[in-house]
Design a protein around this ligand. Sequence first.
Ligand code: FES
Ligand SMILES: [Fe+2]
Length: 370
Amino acid sequence: MTAESPQRQTPDSLMLFGFWYRALPSDQLSRNRMKKAMLLETPLVIGRDRQGHAFALRDACPHRGMPLSCGHFDGQQLECSYHGWKFDAHSGQCQLIPSLTADQDLKVDRIYAGSFACEERDDFIWVFVPEPGPTGAGFTKRDQPGISTPHVPTFSDRYKLAYLTADLPCSVDHGIIGLMDPAHGPFVHQAWWWRSRSSIHQKQKNFEPIPNGFRMSAHTPSSNSAPYKLLRLYASADSITTTIDFVLPNLRLETIRAGKYWFSSLTTVTPITRNQCRIDVVAAWNIFRWMPFGPGLLKFVFAKFVEQDRKTMEDQSAGLKHNPHLMLIDDADRPAKWYFQLKAAHLEARRTGAELRHPMAGPVTLRWRS
Ligand code: FES
Ligand SMILES: [Fe+2]
């Protein structure tokens, strides 16, 4: 028998169209204002109308390409700064072309600035980025997406919500596999209250396939970390269970439940360009509700984690710039392998119109030291 040698793998940094993506935090956009944003190399102008409803348009005038974000927005219509064409902010439909004379019968209402489905959910403005249409198809009315926006799981009526966001100078693939990688914890996230290198021990977790992703099955979190010890004490619950899901294209959902208390988060890694992404974490919880320092402390802890990951990926990007060969090893990198296989299966399913062929045949137990 020959020992299995690690396979060389290179992320393809393909970005997946046809999904909802977080564009920007709700509180960064006030009424009657617009902001530039970039998703999957698509420049957007995101705005909020007089009534407070968000909208998203391609940041390019259908006339001669002037960014619409350079123009004027009155809370209802956008006026291009170049020749003054006016567009409805939500539909993108052209309302006015000032240069037309009374006898010129160009059908103004058949002209559209590219518009995107846009929804607000859990403190973020989400935009649906469809498959790019055939070039030259022109600017027409958009279709409604067939899927709804992802949301943070909640388990009671009252809860608190907070978000964190950080730019990562790497492709969405590296951002995502960095997020699901269990082996970097003791090295990147060293802190006295969390864990140290000397606490590295063998772990075993069960995984199962779920639609468009996989789940780390409900388990009792590692007993050697302080936050969980604290939670167990606080909730005086016999059992604390954690479930972590990854779902295409970029969603990581974590749910911790301890009796009537719960904590959940939806983390997304959003492709901005081919080699730039952004991590957004939105957490919801009903624990520490009446303790004034609760949310602040929680945010502090989370911010620390995200900053450690961000710094690591920034350093890593210096190495990746020169296209080194990479490898993924078992079992610690198996989730990363599943991610790439899921992505390939998704693209294949889109191409053929067939069902997605899930790379996992059934439940799998992975073992690693961390
Ligand atoms: S480029 Fe926008 S109106 Fe001409
Ligand atoms: Fe991390």
